[in-house]
Design a protein around this ligand. Structure first.
Ligand code: SAM
Length: 345
């Protein structure tokens, strides 16, 4: 029995199992939507535990589907759970869960890529950026085709402190294809070091929590899955606008097997490319013969800060687009030389 004066822990009443819900509402997974369900509640509990203490928390679950993770979140004693689900077939099953947890669940039938989360939670939950994270969490097992563009969008929101981060340093616990999780968490020199490593780690503490083997899902995907936890940093490691960091990082990794200066070159128009690249590498104190995967976060910070100075001195520089210059050249040249240009991209 609960101690006098203390609220009893919330537990969902007996319900049909997730497997039974799938049968009841004929929720056949749609392969074209990359739907892979988790039916084992010990596993969904384990995912939800990675988010930390959820007692009285406000949670947004993205892509609840038949509701396995949803049940684990509710059993963790949350105050409110917002569900954003794109596939209308799942709504009746989610409504059943909502009735079993009166007043706790809000269901939004919509697309998380366009859903505006800045007004989703009460204003009193807002924390200053420098404070501890607010008691708001995002949790989700999304299709791989959605989770990568979504994390890029949310990293941009972290950088601008808007969207879900209007409330402060909202934490996220999300699943990714194992290889993508490795990219998100790769250290300097790691095989999977990439644009995603720098973009995520300069804005967040990124932790790979555990791997879920493909066979744990129904139907089984061809790949394994990893759970990744993100906490936005108080101070980003690179203090420049998101678009500028993204441009520098993307350029550097454009030629991941070449010296890093090869990627840096494409930040500059052809007529001044070599001179400006040398100037940037020297001022940023980066050895041009390092490979992109060997660059540390402080190398990227120096490159971004120096590129920013160069952009401030030359207002046309940031708008320069290497691919656009290539396209224009292509139009002028014969088809044979066009093929050669394609190979250099
Ligand atoms: N969370 C459930 C589980 O773990 O069993 C379902 C996972 S399934 C991989 C992905 C879920 O995300 C599906 O329910 C799918 O309909 C939903 N989904 C896919 N794209 C979405 C989007 N853009 N916005 C919201 N939900 C989406």
């Amino acid at each position: 029995m609960a101690a006098a004066g203390k609220a009893a822990a919330f537990h969902l009443p007996p319900l049909p199992t997730v497997g039974e819900i799938i049968k009841l509402f004929r929720l056949r997974a749609q392969k074209e939507l990359s739907q892979n369900f988790l039916l084992d509640l010990r596993l969904t509990d384990k995912i939800v535990r990675q988010a930390g203490k959820l007692k009285n928390a406000y949670v947004c679950e993205v892509g609840p589907g038949p509701g396995g993770i949803t049940r684990s979140i509710l059993n963790a004693g949350v105050q409110q759970l917002l569900l954003v689900e794109k596939d209308t077939r799942f709504i009746p099953g989610l409504q059943m869960l909502s009735e079993a947890a009166p007043g706790k669940v809000r269901i939004v039938h919509g697309d998380i890529l366009t859903y505006k989360m800045e007004k989703a939670f009460p204003n009193h939950l807002k924390k200053n950026w420098e404070d501890e994270p607010p008691n708001i969490h995002i949790i989700g097992n999304l299709p791989f085709s959605v989770s990568t563009p979504l994390i890029i969008k949310w990293l941009e929101n972290v950088s601008k402190r808007d969207g879900p981060f209007t409330y402060g340093r909202t934490q996220m616990t999300l699943t990714f294809q194992k290889e993508v999780a490795e990219r998100l968490t790769a250290n300097t020199g790691g095989k999977q070091r990439s644009r995603l490593s720098i973009m995520s780690q300069h804005l967040c503490t990124v932790e790979s929590c555990f791997v879920i083997p493909g066979q744990a899902f129904v139907p089984k995907p061809d790949v394994d899955v990893a759970v990744v936890h993100f906490t936005p940093l108080v101070q980003p490691k690179i203090q420049q606008p998101f678009e500028l960091v993204e441009k520098v990082v993307q350029s550097v990794f454009q030629f991941r097997r070449k010296y890093c200066c090869r990627g840096v070159e494409i930040l500059f128009p052809e007529r001044e490319r070599l001179k400006k690249t040398e100037q940037l590498m020297m001022a940023a104190d980066v050895d041009p013969t390092l490979r992109p995967v060997q660059l540390t976060m402080s190398h990227f910070r120096n490159l971004c800060n120096t590129y920013r100075k160069m952009c401030d001195e030359d207002p046309n520089l940031f708008a320069y687009n290497y691919r656009e210059e290539l396209r224009q050249k292509k139009r002028k040249r014969s088809p044979e030389s066009t093929d050669q240009l394609e190979e250099t991209v």
